[in-house]
Write a protein that binds this ligand. Structure first.
Ligand SMILES: *Cc1c(COP(=O)(O)O)cnc(C)c1O
Length: 422
C-alpha cells in the first residue's frame, strides 16, 4: 500500500510517487466465469462449428432479445457494422441527424455510406440528443435520426419519436452504452425502428468484439439478417446486397458468459459509482451525472462535469494531475465528433449550432471503473481531487512551468485508446 498523500508535494505532478503503480482505466473489461467460458470454447473447437450462426450465436440472440423484451435480435461482429447495416436496411440516405456528443462511430457508420451526418446539440443535463434541436435541423433531404443513449441513459425517446413521426423519418437508437438500462421502466432495445447494442470489450457486457440489432419489425429483421450474411437466403441463393456482419461462436461464448454475470457487473459498477459520489461530495465544482432513481442503469460510465471556476483548475489541468497519478480518466467525447475529420473539413461551422456540446466536451471527465477500482482506490483518487483543489494555484503554476504539458498527457492517452478503450 502506498503512502497517503498529505501535502501538495506528494502529488505526482510535483514529483511525488504516483498514487497507483499500474494505470487505472476507464472501460476495464468485465470478465465473467472463466471456467464456463473455457468449457464453451472447448465445445466450439470440438464441434468445429466456429461461426455462421452456430448454436451459441443463436442462444445469445435469444437471450438478448428476451432480456430486452424485443422480438428480434441479430448478433453482429460489432456495433459500427450493425449501425451501417440497419440504417441502410431502413433506406436512410441524404441527411441523417445525429448528436455531436457521441463516439465517432455513430457518425462514421453514416458517412461510410455517403450519408451526411447532420450534427445536433444535446440536453445539457443528460448529455443526450435534444428533440427540439433535432427538429430544427430537418430539411427535405433528411431521411432519419440516429439518437444515442449516452452513458447508459436512454435519450428522450418519446420526444424523438414525436419528431420522427411528424416528419416521416426513420429512427434508430445507438444503444452501445445502454445494455440493461430502462426508459420509463421499459428496457432499452425496442424503441424506434431499431436499436443497436455494442458488446465491445470496453462495454458493460462484452463479447470481445460484438454488437446487435434489435427490432420488433419482422420485415426489417429479415432484411438485416440477409444483409449481414452477404444476402444469402440459401446455400447458393443470394437475394440481396450484403456484407459480412456476423458474430463468431467465440464471441457468442464470451457474450453468454458475460450475460450470466451481468447483474454482478452492474452491482459492482453501482457500488463504485456510489463510493465515488460519497467521497467527492464535498469537492466544489465536481458535478456527477445523475442516474434517475426509478430507472435501471448499468453505471458503467462514471461521468463528472468539472467547473473550472469552482474547482480551481480547468478539466484539462485536472486530467493532467490525474494522469500523472496513473488515474487514466478520459475526456469523452472531446473535441466533439463535429471537430473530428472528415467532419471538421466538411462542416467547419458546425460548432456554431452546438453551444451545449462545445461546453460539455470541455467539462466532462469519465473516471476509471471496473474490477481493479476498489473502495480503497476510490478513496485515493478522491484524495487527489481534494489535494489538487486545495492547492489549485500551485498546481496550475506547476503545470504551466513544467514540460509535462497537457499535450504530452493526452498524446499518451491516445496510445491507451488503441490498446484498452475507445
Ligand atoms: C462503442 C461505441 C460504438 C461502436 O461500437 P463497436 O462495437 O466498437 O463498433 C458506437 N457508438 C457508441 C456510442 C459507442 O460508445
Amino acid at each position: 500500500m502506498r503512502v497517503e498523500k498529505r501535502s501538495v508535494g506528494d502529488l505526482a505532478v510535483f514529483g511525488g510517487e504516483p498514487a497507483f503503480a499500474e494505470p487505472l482505466h476507464v472501460g476495464y473489461p468485465h470478465v465473467g466465469d472463466r471456467r464456463r467460458l473455457l468449457e464453451r470454447l472447448d465445445g466450439i473447437l470440438d464441434s468445429r462449428r466456429l461461426t455462421n450462426r452456430g448454436p451459441l450465436v443463436r442462444d445469445f440472440e435469444r437471450r438478448i432479445a428476451e432480456y430486452a423484451g424485443v422480438r428480434h435480435c441479430i448478433a453482429m461482429c460489432n456495433a459500427t457494422v450493425a449501425l451501417e447495416i440497419v440504417t441502410r436496411a431502413l433506406g436512410m440516405r441524404g441527411e441523417v441527424i445525429v448528436p455531436a456528443m457521441t463516439f465517432v462511430a455513430t457518425a462514421h457508420a453514416l458517412q461510410w455510406q455517403r450519408i451526411t451526418p447532420v450534427f445536433c446539440d444535446v440536453d445539457p443535463r443528460t448529455h443526450t440528443i435534444d428533440p427540439a434541436c433535432a427538429e430544427a435541423l430537418v430539411t427535405p433531404r433528411t431521411t432519419g435520426i440516429v439518437g444515442v443513449h449516452l452513458w447508459g441513459q436512454a435519450c428522450d425517446v418519446e420526444g424523438m419519436q414525436a419528431v420522427a413521426r411528424r416528419h416521416g423519418l426513420r429512427l434508430v437508437f445507438d444503444a452501445a452504452h445502454a445494455f440493461g438500462c430502462t426508459r420509463r421502466g421499459i428496457p432499452v432495445g425496442g424503441f424506434g425502428d431499431a436499436e443497436v447494442f455494442s458488446f465491445h470489450a470496453t462495454k458493460v457486457l462484452n463479447a470481445f468484439e460484438g454488437g446487435a440489432v434489435l427490432t420488433n419489425d419482422d420485415g426489417l429483421a429479415e432484411k438485416v439478417r440477409l444483409m449481414q450474411n452477404f444476402g444469402f437466403a440459401g446455400e447458393d441463393r443470394v437475394v440481396h446486397e450484403g456484407t459480412n456482419g456476423k458474430m463468431s461462436e467465440m464471441s457468442a461464448a464470451m457474450g453468454l458468459t458475460s450475460l450470466e454475470s451481468f447483474d454482478r457487473f452492474v452491482e459492482g459498477n453501482r457500488r463504485r459509482y456510489r463510493a465515488y459520489r460519497e467521497r467527492l461530495r464535498s469537492v466544489p465544482g465536481i458535478r456527477f451525472l445523475e442516474h434517475p432513481r426509478d430507472e435501471r442503469g448499468n453505471y458503467h460510465y462514471i461521468v463528472v462535469e468539472v467547473s473550472g471556476d469552482r474547482y480551481g483548475l480547468e478539466r484539462d489541468e485536472l486530467l493532467c494531475v490525474l494522469r500523472a497519478e496513473n488515474i487514466r480518466a478520459r475526456r469523452y467525447f472531446y473535441p466533439g465528433v463535429h471537430r473530428m475529420e472528415p467532419y471538421r473539413s466538411y462542416f467547419p461551422h458546425a460548432h456554431l449550432l452546438l453551444p451545449r456540446t462545445e461546453r460539455l466536451v470541455r467539462r466532462v471527465l469519465v473516471l476509471p471503473n471496473g474490477a481493479t477500482v476498489d473502495e480503497a482506490a476510490i478513496s485515493r483518487i478522491a484524495e487527489v481531487f481534494h489535494l489538487a483543489h486545495r492547492h489549485a494555484e500551485a498546481v496550475r503554476n506547476r503545470l504551466r512551468g513544467s514540460p509535462r504539458t497537457l499535450a504530452a498527457t493526452t498524446a499518451s492517452g491516445a496510445t491507451s485508446h488503441v490498446s484498452t478503450t475507445h
